[in-house]
Design a protein around this ligand. Structure first.
Ligand code: PMP
Length: 427
């Protein structure tokens, strides 16, 4: 494939946009090479600036669960656009989508809309702190909850030590209140609670992690977190920005039958437009301004175009009785068939999968946490990525990311993917 125009566009972008991109992972820094600039998308496919076509396994990092530019969502956005883009006032539509979500997701009474997953998680932590009157919270290494200061902290060398900022600009004062534990390591969480008794406001987790590649909770990890939070009076926050409406309509709470105190959303909930949200029981959500004292606001929060795109997407999913069965089946076939091909080539690998999320780790061992994910052969992943890209398969450009399977991926697309992977040369 030729990437002449993408290459020229990247050079130009580099002059005016830091690193040439508006979000770092798009720059192909991890896999190397020039990022491909897209100009349109439809169904399962992306078209780049050089008119190359790709079968898309990123799907805008999750939102395009129906595939791109679904005709009903497009129509709904057009209709709303004719009535105005943004009013800065309440609308009936906001209540309609709030009611719809509250009625369909377990254990939430109220939901507040924001414009990104970052805002949703940042606000959920503030609310948990305001509700409990405590400052610290526990997160897990390898989980991503957006780029607000208190999440950009990685663990210090000792398990129970205070975190260190992992980005310049994050103060050590902020870092002190973020505690890190290893994903799936309940003993570390117990230790953190023991050493910080009465100080921990919340535990926040991706119930299925997608930001270190796809990593699943093991040995009832989520249930055990629920028990520990109850014991110590902390809130359990499920960051369902990736998993919400993807793993099940009621998200991970429904799938694993574990109740969270607060749930954050993003991606699918906005149908491709910028939306995030956080939700919980009345007793917690009542602490938010203007009713309560915990402040949170947004000029474009509840934006009518975004609400319409989101609600239409959710309704399409809900009205298709086989939706989850279908996307899960597609993912299962990909897992099974890709595994067979890689085995036939004697390539060591692990495929982690839950619902319509999956990742391939080139690793001999199972991958249960960030250290395991780091120990995979990322050079081989990069080679795999580029060989697939050159044959029209667009994977996330990093071995630490999840593939998002959309409903537009059908047998033809599966066959094409397997054919290309069959051509993979391990050199
Ligand atoms: N939480 C999770 C689990 C995410 O995957 C992401 C983004 N990938 C975020 C939060 C942040 O969302 P956004 O990029 O919309 O700010």
């Amino acid at each position: 494939m030729l990437y002449q125009r993408s290459s020229a566009l990247f050079d130009e972008a580099y002059k005016y946009i830091p690193g040439g991109v508006n979000s770092p992972v798009r720059a192909f820094k991890s896999v190397g090479g020039v990022p491909v600039f897209m100009k349109s998308a439809k169904g399962a496919y992306l078209t780049d600036a050089d008119d190359n076509q790709y079968l898309d396994y990123i799907n805008s990092w999750g939102p395009a669960i129906l595939g791109h530019t679904h005709p009903e969502v497009l129509e709904a956005i057009k209709k709303q656009a004719e009535r105005g883009f943004s009013y800065g006032t309440p609308t009936e539509l906001e209540t309609e989508i709030a009611k719809y979500i509250v009625e369909n997701v377990p254990n939430i009474d109220q939901i507040r809309m924001v414009s990104s997953g970052t805002e949703a998680c940042m606000s959920a932590i503030r609310l948990a702190r305001g509700f409990t009157g405590r400052n610290k919270f526990i997160k897990f290494e390898g989980c991503y909850h957006g780029h607000s200061d208190s999440f950009l902290i990685k663990a210090g060398s000792g398990a129970a030590t205070f975190g260190n900022p992992s980005s310049p600009g994050v103060t050590s004062g902020t870092a002190q209140d973020t505690l890190n534990a290893r994903y799936n390591d309940i003993e570390q969480v117990e230790d953190l609670f023991r050493h910080n008794e009465g100080e921990i406001a919340a535990v926040i987790i991706e119930p299925v992690a997608g930001n270190m590649g796809c990593v699943l909770p093991e040995n009832n990890f989520l249930q055990k977190l629920r028990t520990l939070c109850d014991k110590h009076g902390a809130l359990l926050i499920f960051d369902e920005v990736m998993t919400g409406f993807r793993l099940a309509f009621g998200g991970a709470q429904e799938l694993f039958d574990v109740k969270a105190d607060l749930v954050t959303f993003g991606k699918v909930i906005g149908g491709g437009l910028p939306v995030g949200a956080f939700a919980g029981r009345n007793e917690i959500m009542d602490h938010l301004a203007p009713k309560g004292a915990v402040y949170q606001a947004g000029t474009l929060s509840g934006n009518p175009l975004a609400m319409r795109a989101g609600l239409t997407t959710l309704q399409i999913i809900k009205n298709d009785k086989n939706f989850y069965e279908n996307i899960n089946k597609t993912t299962e076939i990909l897992d099974f068939e890709i595994g067979k091909i890689l085995n036939s080539k004697s390539i060591e690998h692990r495929i982690n999968r839950k619902g319509a999320m999956m990742s391939i780790f080139f690793h001999i061992n199972s991958v249960s946490n960030f250290d395991d994910a780091s120990n995979a052969n990322h050079a081989l992943f990069n080679n795999f990525f580029h060989q697939l890209l050159a044959q029209g398969i667009y994977l996330p450009p990093s071995g630490y990311e999840t593939w998002f399977i959309s409903d537009a991926i059908k047998q033809k697309e599966i066959d094409k993917t397997l054919e290309v992977i069959n051509n993979f040369k391990y050199s």
